[in-house]
Design a protein around this ligand. Structure first.
Ligand SMILES: *[C@@H]1O[C@H](CO)[C@@H](O)[C@H](O)[C@H]1NC(C)=O
Ligand SMILES: *[C@@H]1O[C@H](CO)[C@@H](O)[C@H](O)[C@H]1NC(C)=O
Ligand SMILES: *[C@@H]1O[C@H](CO)[C@@H](O)[C@H](O)[C@H]1NC(C)=O
Ligand SMILES: *[C@@H]1O[C@H](CO)[C@@H](O)[C@H](O)[C@H]1NC(C)=O
Ligand SMILES: *[C@@H]1O[C@H](CO)[C@@H](O)[C@H](O)[C@H]1NC(C)=O
Ligand SMILES: *[C@@H]1O[C@H](CO)[C@@H](O)[C@H](O)[C@H]1NC(C)=O
Ligand SMILES: *[C@@H]1O[C@H](CO)[C@@H](O)[C@H](O)[C@H]1NC(C)=O
Length: 587
């Protein structure tokens, strides 16, 4: 086909598809009622989806999951508390928040402030939309007894924050209410204090004549952290903090004595696997495994107080007569691993244990007792809350897209919603517990999870040049890295036809990562449009067509010029991708 004709044909297709895409988007979230519904959001800290924690939370199941929808393919896009929370509350990808660590200089509350988000994030947008906003518990790391008022976190009608260095001291927490000075709750159980404050805010919220969002953010099941050096910067080494097992309330300390971390193939495997420092970890000995099992039991015990609080919140919403009109949402900031891939307790990896997390919604129009498999992430949550509030005008500026919450809208988006999750990480990884004191530098990578009808893959490019590709369809525990530089290695069963090769696939995924590493707004949810402005490719499946082999073979691949501890754009080449349309024309 002559190049010019290709170009014109593609251009007309392009206009048509764009129009259709936008029309579908704007109809996607019909409001259940004209009324602005209330939102109660319970946000735990470091809770897993893949070590059965929800099995031990019968009230979360009874009051939220059984009466709502569980999103089985929900992910965080940075498996570390503070970066994940900043993404959640701003609707921006980690590379656009550039809050990439828990502490200064690259993260924590001070970085949230200097990045300007305290003037421009979800609580303020909701207030502008007519909502009262309440928050109790942990907001961000490094929000401290010394900086909580420099300035105060903006956007809350009522707030009572846990403050560092006492945030993770289960029995010696310090809270800071509205603009009052901090108050120590020495000897009281943190989650129970959070719960009683949450009930108080709920009463306030119901008494006011406005719709409200109440966020309740206990620290369970995070480890207990005793910070020794109050001026923590950069890392939590053994010298600056002691991370010990989460502490349950006394009434739960006796539970689950026979329970162990699920022993699946990923647990403390005989063969090393993974990449970078993970591939060099020794297998854990019996002493270490038993210590980690006890750690795990303490996570489940610590979650019991959260589960009791969920029941009480449901009861109170019901008593106020607003349970059925309220979106009652349960999630966590990031996932967690204990022993999988020989890892000591911790997070920050791209394994499913760390990134695939609970997200359960009950509310008006939300299908009951259902599981949705559409791909969603924490980057979508700000857009989702705004959509519930009927405040959609900001939608185009966010890096995520509202999650459909009604049965019809879930079915409708199936054909055009994203199938990828863009996971980012920079810097040091810290493990927890007495065998996890080692810090590992250069834990800097970009990863993609791609979940389509015919594939379920994870691809990671590390700053040191290592690559990983896992086929979760037949390797659900991510143990067999099928990445290879060999261009003719078969991808899929040997008899598959037409046989794509691993390099066919990684060529597409490399290009996608180049788009996603600097994406903004719609580019982040629709990255194929950047590569194919003509709209002829909307999924990996489409992109794998042989028609595009030479186009993708010619793209520059993602690489780092060096490992960085922060988001240093110049070290993350290349700058841009070729676009398919222009590529054809320029031949
Ligand atoms: C939820 O659905 C499952 C089967 O999908 C069923 O066994 C269970 O009883 C249902 N639970 C409720 C509370 O409806
Ligand atoms: C991100 O922040 C770090 C400091 O934490 C800074 O050095 C870097 O230049 C920033 N990156 C971008 C792309 O602005
Ligand atoms: C609680 O923290 C305060 C302030 O650091 C400290 O003085 C006190 O000893 C702690 N209490 C307990 C029980 O650890
Ligand atoms: C972490 O902090 C400790 C104490 O402040 C310091 O000695 C150590 O060098 C730091 N480690 C890294 C990897 O930055
Ligand atoms: C088990 O492993 C831990 C962590 O490597 C080590 O400190 C400990 O000495 C080992 N214990 C035994 C009995 O080998
Ligand atoms: C992944 O595994 C599934 C199930 O065995 C198989 O059908 C598919 O072809 C595999 N894909 C790759 C890329 O190897
Ligand atoms: C981390 O990466 C830097 C820069 O790429 C390199 O100089 C250093 O040796 C690496 N450190 C480790 C512990 O791998």
């Amino acid at each position: 086909m002559p190049p010019l004709r290709t170009f014109l044909a593609l251009l007309s297709v392009c206009v048509g598809l764009y129009a259709a895409g936008w029309a579908m988007q704007s109809q996607q979230q019909p409001m259940a009622t004209a009324k602005q519904p209330n939102i109660v959001f319970v946000l735990t800290d470091d809770q897993d989806l893949h070590m059965d924690s929800l099995e031990y939370m019968s009230n979360v199941r009874k009051h939220i999951a059984d009466r709502g929808t569980s999103f089985a393919n929900h992910f965080c896009t940075n498996a570390l508390c503070c970066p994940s929370r900043v993404t959640l509350w701003t609707g921006k990808s980690p590379h656009n928040t550039n809050v990439t660590d828990v502490n200064p200089p690259h993260g924590g509350y001070p970085k949230f402030i200097t990045q300007g988000f305290n003037e421009d994030y979800l609580p303020l947008w909701l207030q502008k939309a007519g909502y009262n906003t309440y928050y109790v518990g942990k907001l961000f790391n490094a929000q401290k007894v010394t900086n909580y008022d420099k300035p105060h976190a903006a956007g809350f009608t009522g707030s009572d924050f846990l403050l560092d260095p006492f945030t993770y001291e289960y029995k010696n927490a310090t809270f800071q209410r509205n603009h009052d000075p901090p108050v120590s709750y020495e000897g009281q159980y943190s989650t129970d204090v959070v719960a009683s404050k949450a009930y108080g805010f709920l009463d306030d919220a119901v008494g006011a004549e406005k719709p409200f969002m109440l966020t309740v953010a206990p620290v369970a099941p995070h480890s207990n952290v005793h910070i020794i050096d109050k001026n923590i910067h950069g890392n939590y080494s053994g010298a600056s903090a002691i991370q010990s097992p989460p502490v349950p309330a006394d009434r739960h300390a006796h539970l689950f004595t026979d329970v162990k971390v699920p022993r699946n193939a990923a647990f403390n495997p005989d063969l090393p696997n993974g990449a970078s420092w993970i591939s060099r970890l020794p297998q854990q000995n019996q002493t270490n495994v038993e210590y980690n099992d006890e750690w795990y039991r303490n996570r489940l015990r610590a979650l019991q107080s959260v589960d009791e609080m969920v029941a009480e919140l449901a009861e109170r919403l019901d008593r106020h007569g607003i349970l059925e009109d309220t979106y009652f949402i349960f999630s966590t900031d990031n996932g967690y691993h204990v022993g999988q891939h020989r890892l000591q307790p911790g997070k920050q990896c791209a394994y499913k244990e760390d990134i695939n997390i609970p997200f359960i919604v009950r509310g008006p129009g939300v299908p009951e007792n259902k599981t949705s498999h559409i791909v969603t992430s924490h980057t979508d949550l700000a857009a989702t809350f705004l959509s519930i509030a009927g405040a959609t005008e900001r939608g185009d500026l966010l890096d995520g897209e509202a999650i459909p919450l009604t049965g019809d809208s879930m079915i409708e988006v199936k054909s055009h919603r994203q199938e990828h999750v863009n996971v980012e990480m920079w810097g040091i990884i810290m493990s927890e517990g007495k065998y996890g004191a080692d810090l590992h530098n250069n834990h800097t990578y970009k990863a993609l999870r791609i979940l389509g009808e015919d594939y379920n893959l994870r691809y990671t490019v590390w700053c040191n040049g290592e690559h990983e590709l896992y086929n979760l369809s037949n390797d659900p525990h991510e143990l067999n890295n099928i990445y290879t530089e060999k261009s003719d290695a078969a991808f899929g069963p040997a008899n598959a036809s037409p046989a794509a090769t691993v390099s066919h696939v990684t060529a597409r995924l490399d290009a996608l990562l180049v788009v996603l590493k600097t994406c903004k707004a719609r580019e982040c949810t629709h990255p194929w449009e950047v590569l194919h402005p003509g709209g002829e490719v909307r999924s990996l499946q489409d992109a794998l067509s042989q028609d595009f082999d030479s186009f993708y073979a010619a793209q520059q691949k993602l690489y780092w010029t060096q490992c960085e501890q922060a988001y240093v754009a110049e070290s993350e080449g290349p700058d841009a991708v070729d676009q398919y349309m222009w590529h054809e024309v320029s031949i």
